[in-house]
Design a protein around this ligand. Structure first.
Ligand code: AMP
Ligand code: MG
Length: 407
């Protein structure tokens, strides 16, 4: 057999490195969107705070603004109530020694005051209030810029914009933001045995289920799915379908037809229209994963077994989607202890479907689903996480710590 001119039977890390390298060369173009439209997108450039946050010194509570130096250290003290200031008031009154101003949360602290005593701790009698010892000078005041100083790096390029990040932008007065274009994904299911849901099964046929799953996975990962097709195991039809999809999409994902069987045409199709970047990863499920480039488009040939398709999408395609958008920090993996000992029959890395539970001590335990077959959807549908059983390790004891692949 001739030597392949691309990496083959590689480890998971090497495969991810190759995906990262290729995807980094195809960073998506930048567009400017309103905050509402930018939800779920990835920031294209650093955002610095154009002004301090909060922009001015203000009250953290409803109460009375006064001078901390006037507070009694024992007994009580009476303060003269000279004015009031509410959040949004266009002007702010002054206070002096022995005086106070009624204030609401978010209102500017009157000049002369540096402390707010909460209203619950004060007794009011007409134009006077009485404060007892025990109040802290400087309390309940939010300094200008205590959250973000003017010029601070507020959000770094590569940050995905979730609710909190959008709130930061709005609070800083930024109404439009430069983000990466939403990645476009095309999904193609392949196999002569496949019949769409809603149609009766003939002899030897099964209902096609990968396309809708991969489409949903792509959407969950923030992509726009521009096509979902089903193609027969015919090299010319596959070639046409993949080429057409690659002309429109940033990522083309096929399922099926990548193993060593007679009808597994996709490695040959990819060689004809693009470049193979790797074929076969020491991974279970997902061994025959095929990855390459077709022009400016990334191509993933995922194995057809439903669990293998799902797992390799999560591991490789989601990673590529992030890299295309320039995501800087990857989601943090969590960890769990195996609830039972385990023998891995092969040296490859394995993603096991597992349910999680946290005990009273806060320790998270992973229980493997009984149905680990790569064709068995039940194990996917009834579990919480993918536990990574690393390459090379075969024996695991109960209590051993495993990594959970991040969401
Ligand atoms: P393949 O990778 O094409 O050899 O397919 C492996 C297994 O997955 C076979 O049992 C196929 O029938 C099944 N399979 C392939 N594609 C799909 C699909 N889109 N939906 C459900 N099962 C599939
Ligand atoms: Mg097939």
């Amino acid at each position: 057999m001739p030597q392949a001119d691309y990496p083959t039977r590689i480890g998971l890390e090497q495969a991810l490195e190759i995906v990262a390298k290729c995807a980094a060369q195809h960073r998506l173009p930048i567009e400017t969107l309103t905050l509402a439209n930018a939800h779920g997108r990835v920031l294209a450039g650093d955002v610095r705070a154009p002004h301090a946050l909060p922009p001015f010194r203000n009250s953290a509570m409803d109460g009375y603004a006064l001078r901390g130096a006037d507070l009694p250290t024992h007994g009580e003290r009476v303060f003269e109530l000279v004015d009031e200031v509410f959040a949004g008031a266009p002007t702010v009154p002054q206070t002096g020694t022995g005086q106070c101003v009624r204030i609401t949360t978010g209102a500017p602290i009157p000049p002369g005051a540096d402390t707010v005593v909460i209203k619950e701790n004060v007794s009011v009698d007409g134009g006077r209030i009485t404060v007892s010892a025990g109040e802290k000078p400087g309390a309940n005041v939010r300094a200008a810029g205590e959250d973000y100083a003017e010029g601070d790096l507020a959000l770094a390029a590569g940050t995905p914009l979730g609710p909190a990040q959008l709130a930061v932008l709005a609070a800083l007065g930024i109404a439009q933001v430069a983000v990466r274009r939403q990645p476009r994904v095309a999904v193609i299911a392949t196999g002569n045995e496949l019949v769409p849901a809603g149609y009766p099964l003939g002899f030897g046929q099964i209902h096609e289920s990968n396309a809708i799953m991969l489409e949903a996975q792509a959407r969950t990962a923030g992509a726009r799915v521009i096509a979902r097709n089903q193609v027969r195991d015919d090299p010319a039809a596959l070639r046409d379908a993949v080429l057409a999809a690659a002309a429109e999409a940033d990522i083309v994902v096929t399922s099926g037809g990548v193993s060593a069987g007679e009808a597994d045409h996709l490695p040959g199709v990819l060689r004809g229209i693009g470049e193979v970047r790797f074929y076969k990863v020491k991974l279970k499920p997902g061994m025959p994963t095929l990855f390459g480039e077709i022009g400016a488009c990334l191509y993933f040939g995922l194995p057809g077994n439903p669990v293998a398709s799902a797992v390799t999408f999560r591991v490789f395609v989601e990673f590529a989607l992030r890299t295309l958008q320039g995501v800087g920090v990857l989601p943090k993996p969590s960890r769990a202890r195996l609830a039972a000992p385990l023998h891995k029959k092969h040296p490859r890395a394995e993603f096991a479907r597992c349910s999680l539970h946290t005990d009273a001590e806060g320790v998270q335990w992973a229980t493997l689903h009984a149905k680990q077959g790569s064709g068995m959807l039940r194990g996917l549908a009834e579990t919480d996480a993918l536990a990574l059983l690393p390459e090379g390790v075969r024996e695991f004891a109960a209590g051993d710590v495993v990594m959970l692949w991040p969401e």
